[in-house]
Ligand binder design. Structure first.
Ligand SMILES: C[S@@+](CC[C@H](N)C(=O)[O-])C[C@H]1O[C@@H](n2cnc3c(N)ncnc32)[C@H](O)[C@@H]1O
Length: 231
């Protein structure tokens, strides 16, 4: 790869992770992504068995699709979605009000510095966010801190090792108006998936942060990896 391409990928990855970009571009992402990875959210919802009154945290909740899906299915549990983008939090709150869901709230926080007491949550979930954290290790140790002993983390991310042909299928379904498919493929290949984590990396990061019994969960419906781990 040429030096200029490497430089461009580094620049675009910086932009990809910038809070301001999520403020401005979040709605476009939200509009395109949810139908494509709904199967992943459904599998988390099926797997997460929650006690009555359980407290659940979602890190990098975006428009809040997963928290609201879980909140709707578990009316006796309580959900908190955090996101560092103020606009994403507003979008999630608007969506919550539209769906008339009251056991869920959203707030603007950075996962690297959570304003919650130790052991405040029974479980935490996160989808597609860790690759954007400037310090994934710190984000995971923060999640570990706020989960109760015996509680679990379910975390999913775009799979860095997705083969080109699978990614091409995903690009066809993702399609953004006026963006040529070839360009979108290049961006997803090099900037999104290429700068993401593999299943091994995600599992290693969870273990390094102090989670135990790290289990890899197959994701059959989209090119993501997922792990479940325990405190
Ligand atoms: C790819 S979106 C995923 C959103 C949502 N989880 C979903 O399933 O669509 C990544 C989200 O992570 C948020 N994010 C990135 N870095 C963060 C951080 N350090 N703390 C909290 N949220 C963060 C972004 O603002 C964005 O909304």
């Amino acid at each position: 790869m040429k030096n200029s391409s490497r430089w461009m990928i580094r620049l675009l990855t910086r932009l990809r992770d910038a809070r301001l970009v999520w403020d401005v571009m979040g709605s476009l992402y939200n509009m395109r992504i949810y139908p494509l990875i709904d199967g992943l959210y459904q599998s988390i919802a099926e797997e997460l068995t929650l006690q009555k009154q359980a407290q659940i945290l979602e890190a990098g909740a975006g428009r809040g699709y997963l928290s609201l899906l879980l909140a709707d299915r578990n009316p006796d549990a309580r959900f908190t979605g955090i996101d560092y983008s103020r606009m994403q939090v507003r979008r999630a709150e608007r969506y919550r009000r539209e769906k008339k869901i009251s056991n869920c709230s959203f707030r603007q926080n950075n996962v690297l510095n959570l304003p919650f007491e130790e052991a405040a949550f029974d479980a935490a979930v996160s989808v597609g966010s860790i690759k954007h954290w400037s310090d994934p290790h710190r984000g995971l140790t923060e999640l570990l801190r706020v989960i109760k002993p015996g509680g679990c983390l379910m975390i999913a991310e775009t799979d860095r090792e997705t083969p080109d042909d699978e990614l091409r299928q995903f690009v066809k379904r993702f399609s953004i108006p006026f963006v040529p498919e070839g360009l979108l493929f290049w961006g997803l290949r090099h900037v999104v998936f290429g700068q993401s984590l593999s299943e091994d990396q995600l599992a290693d990061e969870a273990g390094r942060a102090g989670f135990h019994s790290v289990e890899r969960r197959p994701v059959n419906t989209c090119p993501y990896v997922m792990v479940k781990a325990w405190k």
